[in-house]
Design a protein around this ligand. Structure first.
Ligand SMILES: NC(=O)c1ccc[n+]([C@@H]2O[C@H](COP(=O)([O-])OP(=O)(O)OC[C@H]3O[C@@H](n4cnc5c(N)ncnc54)[C@H](O)[C@@H]3O)[C@@H](O)[C@H]2O)c1
Ligand SMILES: O=c1ccn([C@@H]2O[C@H](COP(=O)(O)OP(=O)(O)O[C@H]3O[C@H](CO)[C@@H](O)[C@H](O)[C@H]3O)[C@@H](O)[C@H]2O)c(=O)[nH]1
Length: 456
């Protein structure tokens, strides 16, 4: 099929590339000229494992191309995907200006039947708004389809190529047929293509993200309780996760959910409910708890240094909001850095893929290291914010030599507690026993009492 994809961010680029991989002819269009030029030269603008191979193969075999020319991109396309930003507006509702703006542009250019597919995460009723834009601007027939995307950054190619399900919101038989043909290669293992009305499809996306964010938040609360009652959150996680009804995934406590999706989507769903006079109480609690969870690691640091971080220097491992991505949007590391700096400390950070993005955002406010060990130089403690594999099995003796101390605050529970005892580290993680370097056994200390909020 001939396809146009509008927007070449994490979703658009993966969508375009993966659709080309199954033999479609895909033109991706973006307003960011620099980005388009890069892609035209075979340079991929984001880090997404496995994407580069498909990207280069499909460009060289002429199934995938990039342009800033919307008219050219959509001229022959049967299906036009919109993979555009839907950031939170000032009041937290999803800003639909990118979607409605692009719909208006497209509506003024088309001369034959098109299926307009919305891949962005949008509130219920957006398909109707997009339809209204087309009705206002053209007599050409279009079908507007909701087809939310469920890929996760870091495993986006796998998620797109082998989705758990494909959700398609439309009542048009013609659009259904085209979409079924398009997605058939991706569901050969038997995973379903679920057809529904547009509104249910739009809500399915928000419901999925809000449910997962709630699951994580629940575990973060259990972790906080574990610290108070001297239980181990890892044991509890395994204990509940082996119940199929609960499931093993998305039960890892940490520093609160971040990224470009969960924070904005939970907020947008809550706002959307409010617009319909529904008080979605659980989502409000999720947001409140998540805000608080972002502070737990620095609270522990403040407690350890008796509330005074002036002149202290910290190494920070992990900047991306999760491993295997360079994306730092709403990353817990940003909150940690900000709070350390506000308290008069200095920071040297390292991330395997997020360095360019963080340098663009923070400039000379922090120091940057070329590798994880370099970051440790003269640090009073190491903080871990992202569970990159490369941090999982470090050379602890080398670390001690460089840091001159053995103090770790781990927001991702990377290390075995007994190992930390054996190595004599002070090791403070999430929802697990505090390991004190003065003890040879697991010691529950003062620091496991609820952290007082230390004012900045
Ligand atoms: N990132 C994810 O993991 C993910 C997963 C599922 C769904 N989503 C949703 O998909 C949507 C896109 O997210 P993203 O992370 O890919 O965004 P992004 O910010 O990475 O990319 C958006 C792209 O759209 C381009 N753009 C903006 N206006 C344009 C226009 N008028 N014409 C052409 N291009 C334009 C931007 O230059 C940018 O390249 C959002 O609604 C998001 O919530 C994201
Ligand atoms: O057990 C867990 C799992 C995740 N997280 C955190 O939750 C956030 C989101 O993680 P993840 O869902 O893996 O990343 P995203 O790429 O943001 O993907 C989510 O958001 C996308 C955009 O809507 C959806 O398409 C995906 O299905 C959905 O998982 C990150 O901060 C993670 O650190 C935890 O704290 N504990």
């Amino acid at each position: 099929m001939k396809i146009a994809v509008i927007g070449t961010g994490y979703v658009g680029l993966v969508t375009g590339t993966c659709l080309a991989e199954t033999g479609n002819e895909v033109i991706c269009v973006d307003i960011d000229q620099l980005k388009v030029e890069k892609m035209q030269h075979g340079i991929i603008p984001i880090y997404e494992p496995g994407l580069d191979i498909l990207f280069l193969r499909n460009i060289s075999q002429k199934r995938l191309s990039f342009t800033t020319d919307l008219a050219m991109a959509i001229k022959d396309a049967q299906i036009i995907f919109m993979a555009l930003p839907t950031p939170p507006g000032e009041d937290g509702t999803a800003d639909l200006s990118y979607i409605l703006g692009a719909a208006a542009d497209v509506s003024k250019l088309i001369t034959s039947y098109k299926v307009i597919v919305n891949k962005s995460t949008v509130p219920v009723g957006t398909a109707d708004k997009v339809k209204a834009v087309f009705e206002a601007n053209t007599a050409v027939e279009v079908d507007v389809v909701s087809n939310p995307e469920f890929l996760r950054e870091g495993v986006a190619v796998e998620d797109f190529m082998k989705p758990d399900r494909v959700v398609i919101g439309t009542k048009s038989e013609k659009a259904m047929k085209l979409m079924t043909d398009l997605y058939a290669p991706y569901v050969r293992s038997g995973n379903p293509i679920l057809f529904m009305d547009e509104k249910s499809s739009e809500l399915t996306k928000y419901a999925a993200n809000a449910f997962l964010a709630t699951k994580i938040t629940f575990m973060n609360e259990i972790a906080n309780l574990c610290e108070l009652v001297h239980a181990d959150v890892d044991a509890v996680r395994l204990g509940i996760g082996s119940d199929d009804r609960i499931g093993k995934r998305f039960l890892f406590p940490g520093l609160g959910y971040g990224g470009s999706c969960f924070p904005k989507d939970v907020q947008a769903l809550s706002k959307s409910a409010e617009e319909h006079q529904y008080n979605f109480q659980i989502l409000k609690a999720v947001m409140t708890v998540n805000e608080k969870q972002k502070t737990v690691l620095v609270d522990k640091v403040l407690k350890y240094f008796k509330g005074n971080l002036k002149g202290k220097h910290f190494a920070l491992w992990g900047l991306a909001f999760k491993p295997e991505t360079d994306d730092i949007r709403e990353a817990p590391a940003l909150y940690i850095i900000n709070r350390l700096l506000l308290n008069g400390a200095t920071v040297t950070a390292f991330d395997p893929e997020g360095m360019n993005n963080i340098k663009g955002l923070l400039g000379d406010r922090i120091n940057y290291a070329n590798n994880q060990y370099e970051a440790l130089q003269d640090a009073d403690a190491l903080l871990i914010a992202t569970e990159w594999s490369v941090f999982r099995n470090p050379d602890f003796e080398k670390m001690e030599e460089i840091m001159g101390n053995k103090v770790i605050f781990d927001g991702r529970n990377l290390y075995d507690l007994q190992k930390m005892v054996d190595l004599g580290y002070y090791y403070n993680s999430i929802g697990r026993s505090l390991i004190s370097n003065s003890a040879t056994t697991l010691a529950i200390e003062e620091a496991h009492k609820p952290n007082e909020l230390v004012s900045l």
